[in-house]
Design a protein around this ligand. Structure first.
Ligand code: GLN
Length: 384
């Protein structure tokens, strides 16, 4: 057999998705892959039923149906994002997973370097490598996951073509401050670097922290590719609806990448999702209140274990430090917790460039009853 592409040897299959399979195999509570076990809003399901009966069963416009883009542009601007012309500044994608790949392939040439903060969501390195680019890493230092300005300067001195900014950040829950973002922007301007953002958790930012869309910083627009998603905001991860928002010049190129990758996102789902994009502001306030409550509920159980853990400023993940429990490594710990306790998390090492093996990542985007069941198991069996 001929050899498969050598770039595939440099990264592995997603550990997050693998942990979902492990949880299913053992009937464990899956707090690994970040997706809700509760239904999306009822109005949205009704809209989907309606769109199924409508004329939406063929391709939509490749960069997204006009209605969807109009509703999305209005929603982005309504929440403090940049002014978006739905005809020029958007490409609708199959989830932000495709959006990030499109952004990376639009920005980078083979051989280019891409700055990725570590810990990072595992897709970013794979996206860079599949684009022929090379990820270079800058540490976010626990416990508050700030970066060392000098380390970032040294990374920029390597002339990267792009920097990936996940804000709010998965898995560490960091929400970047305006000052930090301005510092990143200044370096990006100095070295003529693109900023590719992943802002899928933009509406899950806990008080007193606030989300600053990178593209709205003065002078950022021309070099920012904002990737977003409807998955987390409307609890519809299976619908695979995301987008890239950027200048007309960037989007005209990004559309080509998207077109040849997937042609388009599912037409009936785009149609139904317009309903969600038109939800009133109260929907978003309620969503945040719910996640704030779920965070406090789940972290309350973790507190009983006596183990250190991170309190996220945004998104819905926590990293639990299991180093005192005596496992050989975090991978074995995740497997053992699945089998013995019936709760699955993701081994933290899959998010770190550095050799960090002391964390398990759990998420709390689950029904209260699921969180209570998982919390009771963890607090009973995981105590130090
Ligand atoms: N973003 C979610 C996580 O980090 C889901 C990832 C995925 O499988 N697409 O778990």
């Amino acid at each position: 057999m001929p050899a498969t592409a050598s770039r595939l040897a440099i990264f592995q299959e997603s550990v997050i998705r693998e942990m979902t399979r492990l949880a299913n195999q053992h009937g464990a509570i899956n707090l690994a892959q970040g997706f809700p076990d509760f239904d999306p809003p009822a109005e949205l399901i009704e809209a989907l039923e309606k769109s199924a009966r409508g004329p939406f069963h063929q391709y939509s416009i490749t960069w997204g149906s006009a209605r969807f883009r109009q509703a999305l542009a209005a929603k982005i601007t309504r929440f403090g994002g940049p002014e978006i012309d739905p005809e020029k500044n958007l490409v609708t994608t199959c989830g932000s997973t495709e959006a990030m790949m499109v952004a990376m392939m639009t920005a980078c040439n083979p051989g280019d370097k891409v700055i990725v903060f570590s810990p990072f969501y595992e897709n970013y390195a794979a996206d860079a490598i599949l684009s022929g680019a090379e990820p270079i890493y800058v540490s976010l230092q626990p416990p508050d996951f700030g970066f060392d300005p000098d380390e970032l300067r040294r990374a920029f001195a390597q002339k990267p073509k792009a920097l990936v900014l996940c804000n709010p950040s998965n898995p560490c829950g960091k929400v970047f401050t305006r000052e930090e973002l301005l510092f990143i922007l200044e370096l990006a301007q100095e070295h003529d670097t693109f900023i590719i953002t992943d802002e899928v958790y933009e509406h899950i930012v806990y008080a007193p922290h606030t989300h600053v869309p990178f593209a709205t910083l003065p002078g950022a627009w021309e070099r920012t590719l904002t990737c977003g998603s409807l998955s987390k905001t409307y609890s519809i991860t299976g619908w695979r609806l995301g987008y890239v928002a950027a200048s007309a010049e960037i989007i005209s190129q990004a559309r080509k990448v998207h077109d040849f990758l997937t042609v388009g996102a599912a037409a009936p789902l785009q149609e139904a999702a317009v309903t969600a994009l038109e939800f009133p502001d109260s929907y978003y306030a309620d969503l945040l209140a719910e996640y704030t409550r779920k965070r406090d509920l789940f972290l309350g159980y973790l507190r009983q274990t006596g183990l250190p853990f991170t309190t996220p400023q945004g998104a819905y993940y926590t990293l639990v430090d299991i180093s005192s429990l005596g496992f050989t490594n975090d991978r074995i710990a995740a497997e053992e917790l699945t089998k013995r306790i019936g709760v699955t998390g993701v081994p933290g090492s899959s998010f770190f460039r550095e050799p960090v093996h002391r964390y398990i990542r759990f998420h709390f985007a689950k029904k209260d009853e699921t969180l209570i069941a998982a919390g009771e198991r963890l607090s009973a069996k995981l105590t130090v």
